[in-house]
Design a protein around this ligand. Sequence first.
Ligand SMILES: Nc1ncnc2c1ncn2[C@@H]1O[C@H](COP(=O)(O)OP(=O)(O)OP(=O)(O)O)[C@@H](O)[C@H]1O
Length: 375
Amino acid sequence: MRLTPIPDAGLGVPPVPRPAAEPQDLLFEVENLKVHFATDDGLVRAVDGVTFGIPRAKTVCIVGESGSGKSITGRSLMNLLPHTARIVDGHVLYHPEPGRTIDIGKLDPRGKPIRALRGKDVSFISQEPMAALSPVHTIGQQMVPVISRHLKLGRREATERAAAMLARVGIPKPAERLGSYPFEFSGGMRQRVCIALALSCRPKLVIADEPTTALDVTTQANIIDLLVELQEESGLSILFITHDLGVVAEVASDVVVMYLGKVVERGSVEEIFHDPRHPYTRALLRSVPRLGAGRDTRLAAIRGMVPSPFDRPKGCDFHPRCDFAIAGTCDVTAPPDVALGGSRSVRCVLPEAIRPPVQRAETPPSSTQRTLRHG
Ligand SMILES: Nc1ncnc2c1ncn2[C@@H]1O[C@H](COP(=O)(O)OP(=O)(O)OP(=O)(O)O)[C@@H](O)[C@H]1O
């Protein structure tokens, strides 16, 4: 794990007020999304009623332990799921421009409309660049046809754009390197190539799924800086999936905390770090090294394990690991998702979790009530 210092998550610090994104500023709205896997061992409710929005030109981070449903949520935004997975409920609404809506979850995952969006409107950067690139094709053979198809450019212009993108992400001698194979690049350079490929068709959203996990600490920092710079230049939105709260503190505008397929808390990065409400969010923050903590300070691991998706606890999914669980309540009834104003919500019944926020904002109206125009 990267030892990035995070802002003090002292629970007494008041949140910094921050305006919530208006619905028309949202590029994506995920509403009550449910994605299930039918397996030989039973049903896996990998994503179990997830709701959040991605504002234009902002970075939303999804955090949570392994198996919480981060990647499957991210992949749902491209309707690019394993063949055993099904979107069984909810919506993934894409607003390419204000007033126009595409329900991504309703498109045929293999059909032409979704294939036209993948790579062009929404692109993906994965943890393992080697898996994302074909080992038997040069970088140019992988970039040029994609650019040519999506941006409707001739071969020469597409090649020029590919070289310009490689130059932009810091690859020396970019025109020459278009003739190189992925194995001829170092790990960090390969991830830069993947970023160049992902951004080459000017997407509106990039889904970055643990893009720095496989890299050394210095390269991680360089890649994060590069993504932030590219976002500032191009105004793209980023959905950043990570375990690393240090990275979240650096890049996020909004944070979605997931546990066992559900969003347990969401809010602005300031709200999550300065006024975390859910015991799981608080426990995650306590498990991160903090600048200024004494050398002898032990990090607080979250006790217990994430339950098996086949053996979910009754009541609140987190209650067996929660230091504040109320017997007779948390082990009996699943807590509702309580809206706290703006984009903020918490799925917990504890009074300190659902106390009124310092400054209330209007909750945006649900867009399920708005007319969907498929296009
Ligand atoms: N192909 C699959 N078949 C069956 N279950 C799956 C499949 N892929 C994922 N799952 C299950 O879906 C749940 C969510 O998985 P997901 O990969 O989204 O979690 P994650 O939070 O991204 O975890 P990690 O950080 O380890 O990648 C897990 O219980 C996982 O075991």
